[in-house]
Design a protein around this ligand. Structure first.
Ligand code: CTP
Length: 387
């Protein structure tokens, strides 16, 4: 029986070696030239050149999108954090310009927090990759070119509220004109002005309470601070409507980071507090706590606990507002929303806490007289820091 022979390849190589060699070299050259120089997508036999990545450089080097958002970030709140979270989602790297004190004074009036405090707060957010201090209030042509050339910015971003200069013109007009402007949704229910209002009303309430207790001869103790005013958020009205989605959005992002140079001794640390009006000191203590462990769990006291601790006019920010601010911090892995005053053995076991951390400045309120040591459970359990 005769079979069709496929020995013609062998015969060809044997009888015409030069011709065959030429064909092979031509094929190899064609495959390089068409895929690399000509950008025609002919496969380049990657299995033959696994480590010569240069041949794939056009495909793998995808440009990272860099976005810029600026702001005053005075009395930093979860509305600012939410703006930066949304901005980060529009690119790969977020650069934040913190407007200088002088520029804020001439465009809006004096800020409450200093440049250093505002910088510390912005840098502590988990969505922020780089910070530009002393940024201008207006996107001028010079500054815009600096952003594009020096900082390689692709888009300039701002909330959907109008940002006007004293002469009524739009601070972002130039960026809009060149098509490099994007907008995010402003978070309703909170603003720096609203927070200043809460502080003022808290002071006013405290003053009238003092006058009342002096005239009626009452002693300002834990019991009489439980007045009708203290029921919700120290009597200050919050317009914030917390949703589970917002909490999830704030929980995601850059968590589980390790601080370079730090030596983590404990798998999981716990720190608790009111974290009212989140400020630069809070960022600092959370950073120090994070240096002690791999995972940082933060307990945020319930509103009534804060009222008992600090007086009926507190907290200024309610539990959910305070929780979002803490969750937005880059050093925090998880929060307990409404943590109890006392760290019990049960909590330590449930959350697998290996170290309970406390700052050197602890609550020293006369209202706390007679209230138990919150860390007694953890001390007995042997995981309270000596620091
Ligand atoms: N922003 C936001 N939601 C808020 C407050 C601010 O999305 N509730 C956004 C702004 O639109 C801006 C950025 O956060 O893009 C920085 O705002 P900032 O310059 O600090 O000032 P304001 O817009 O005046 O905000 P606030 O009144 O709270 O200071």
């Amino acid at each position: 029986m005769e079979f069709e022979s496929s020995n013609w390849i062998k015969d060809g190589v044997y009888f015409y070696p030069h011709l065959f060699g030429g064909i092979m070299i031509t094929c190899a050259l064609l495959s390089f030239s068409t895929s690399y120089f000509g950008k025609i997508s002919v496969p380049t036999m990657p299995y033959l050149f696994p480590d010569l990545r240069v041949f794939h450089k056009n495909k793998s080097a995808k440009k990272r999108v860099r976005v810029y958002m600026d702001g005053c970030f005075d009395l930093m709140h979860y509305g600012h954090a939410n703006a930066l979270r949304q901005a980060k989602a529009l690119g790969d790297e977020l650069v934040v310009g913190v407007v200088s004190d002088e520029e804020i004074i001439s465009n809006k009036g004096p800020p409450v927090l200093s440049m250093q405090e505002r910088l510390a707060l912005v840098s502590g957010l988990k969505w922020v990759d780089e910070v530009i201090p002393n940024a201008p209030y207006e996107i001028t042509e010079d500054f815009m070119n600096r952003l594009f050339k020096e900082h390689k910015i692709d888009y300039i971003i701002h909330g959907d509220d109008p940002c006007l200069l004293p002469d009524g013109t739009d601070a972002y007009a130039l960026a809009k004109k060149v098509g490099r402007y994007k907008q995010i949704k402003r978070t309703e229910g909170v603003s720096s002005t609203d927070i200043v209002g809460r502080i003022l009303s808290c002071m006013k309430d405290a003053k009238s309470d003092k006058l009342f207790s002096e005239s009626s001869g009452e002693v300002d103790n834990l019991n009489n601070t439980q007045s009708s005013k203290s029921q919700v958020n120290g009597g200050h009205i919050s317009h914030f409507l917390p949703t589970s989605r917002r909490i999830v959005q704030f929980s995601n992002g850059k968590t589980g980071i390790r601080i370079i140079g730090a030596w983590a001794k404990f798998p999981s640390c716990y720190i608790d507090g009111a974290f009212d009006l989140f400020h630069a000191g809070h960022v600092e203590i959370l950073k120090s706590a994070k240096q002690l462990g791999d995972f940082l769990l933060v307990g945020i006291y319930a509103d009534h606990t804060v009222s008992e601790l600090r007086g009926s006019h507190f907290p200024l920010m309610n539990l959910h507002e305070r929780s979002l601010s803490v969750l937005a911090c880059r050093y925090v892995d998880e929060v307990i929303i409404g943590a109890p005053w006392e760290v019990t053995k049960d909590m330590i076991t449930t959350f697998n806490i290996s170290l309970v951390v406390r700052g050197t400045i602890s609550e020293k309120n006369p209202l706390m007289n007679g209230k138990s040591d919150p860390y007694v459970g953890s001390k007995e359990y042997g995981n309270f820091p000596n620091a």
